[in-house]
Design a protein around this ligand. Structure first.
Ligand SMILES: Nc1ncnc2c1ncn2[C@@H]1O[C@H](COP(=O)(O)OP(=O)(O)OP(=O)(O)O)[C@@H](O)[C@H]1O
Ligand code: SF4
Ligand SMILES: [Mg+2]
Length: 340
């Protein structure tokens, strides 16, 4: 598989009056060309911060404290997005990597018609297309999300939530990106519309070969669509791998907790178990495994939560990795430090 985006040791901090909040902690992860990736984790785990880091869009009081984000161009040139100046970065945004931001439906300007959103978006990134060309292309990308061209004449308030979300997906496609980052793309929508939009995205992925990165707290919605999954907890990736491997051989207690909490249609809801406790305050110098206060192994004194040992990832299967060093002991399976 050819890499498309390589995130290396990315650390993002928010410098606040009461301390430094580490929202992304030494994140390393590679996204390959043509994949559909799901980054999942509870609210506050750092998903949106990671997305803004990948795009070098972290705003004060946030800052990228360390790390690199490499983008591989069509000629296999490796470009560190964090080292580009504003203009060069603008050339990559939208035409190479585009985004559908969290709560994006509110991002549509209420006083602009949809066609003006397309024109403004394109002009912000290139001057190589005429109005006519942009609107022709807008009709085409709207058809990918099964919206009629008449929508171009509408104001945002004339569209339903699902239509707005589809307009935003169409907008993200206007400059033929190679990859789209979708931050909670379906969260505000009803279940039927969620499935409909995911189905559309899968179709767009199949037809255009675009790499998709979903960032969401809702594992149940995306699990049927993604190839690989990365699980985030308190700013760290705690487990990643092919979705079927992570589901069949879950190797981190946090992932297990997330999976145990998913309700299904045929399920007895009382059998679902929420993860005890709540995510930690990220303004602290962690002395033990970040998940330890909520981990049944730690609470049963079966693991000492040695922080040092959780600073590495361990290989479980082929490409599946876990941050839980206890997993090997539990399964009598040899797990090795990744890259060791
Ligand atoms: N502008 C900011 N100023 C201060 N802290 C911030 C800021 N943005 C995010 N954070 C903190 O960074 C951490 C990660 O937040 P982030 O929004 O990335 O989480 P998330 O996983 O996207 O959550 P959600 O599922 O609710 O969208 C949280 O502790 C949050 O409070
Ligand atoms: S390292 Fe220990 S405390 Fe941390 S998740 Fe694994 S078993 Fe739990
Ligand atoms: Mg978010």
């Amino acid at each position: 598989m050819n890499p498309l985006i390589e995130i290396k040791n990315l650390t993002i901090d928010f410098v606040l009056n009461n301390g430094i909040l580490r929202a992304c902690d030494n994140v390393s992860f590679t996204i390959n060309k043509g994949e559909i990736i799901g980054v999942i984790g509870e609210s506050g785990s750092g998903k949106s911060t990671l997305a803004s880091g990948i795009l070098n869009l972290v705003q004060a009081p946030g800052k990228i404290s360390s790390g690199e984000v490499y983008y591989y161009t069509e000629n296999n040139e490796k470009v560190n997005l964090l080292k580009l100046n504003k203009n060069d970065l603008n050339n990559y945004r939208w035409s190479e990597i585009s985004t559908v931001f969290q709560a994006a439906q509110n991002a549509l300007n209420p006083v602009l018609r949809i066609e003006e959103h397309f024109l403004e978006t394109v002009y912000a990134h290139t001057d190589k297309m005429s109005n006519e060309e942009i609107l022709k292309k807008a009709e085409k990308v709207l058809s990918y999300v099964r919206l009629d061209k008449s929508v171009l004449e509408y104001y945002p308030h004339q569209l339903s939530g699902g239509m707005k979300q589809r307009v935003l997906i169409a907008l993200s496609l206007i400059l033929d990106p190679k990859v789209i980052l979708l931050d909670e793309p379906t969260t505000a929508l009803d279940v039927i519309t969620q499935w409909y939009i995911l189905d559309l995205l899968k179709q767009i992925h199949n037809d255009l070969g675009i790499t998709l990165i979903f960032l969401t707290h809702d594992i149940s919605v995306i699990s049927g669509v993604i190839d690989r999954i990365a699980v985030m907890y308190a700013g760290e990736i705690v487990e990643y791998g092919k979705v079927e491997d992570v589901f069949n051989e879950t190797s981190h207690p946090y992932t297990k907790g997330l999976l145990d909490a998913i309700p299904t249609l045929h399920d007895d809801i009382t059998k679902r178990k929420a993860i005890p406790g709540s995510p930690p305050n990220l303004i602290q110098d962690f002395k033990e495994c970040k998940f330890s206060p909520r981990c049944y192994m730690y609470l049963n004194e079966e693991c000492d939560g040695d922080k040092k040992k959780t600073e590495a990832l361990y290989k479980v299967n082929g490409n599946q990795c876990t941050r839980c060093y206890k997993y090997g002991e539990l399964t009598s399976k040899e797990i090795v430090k990744e890259g060791a």
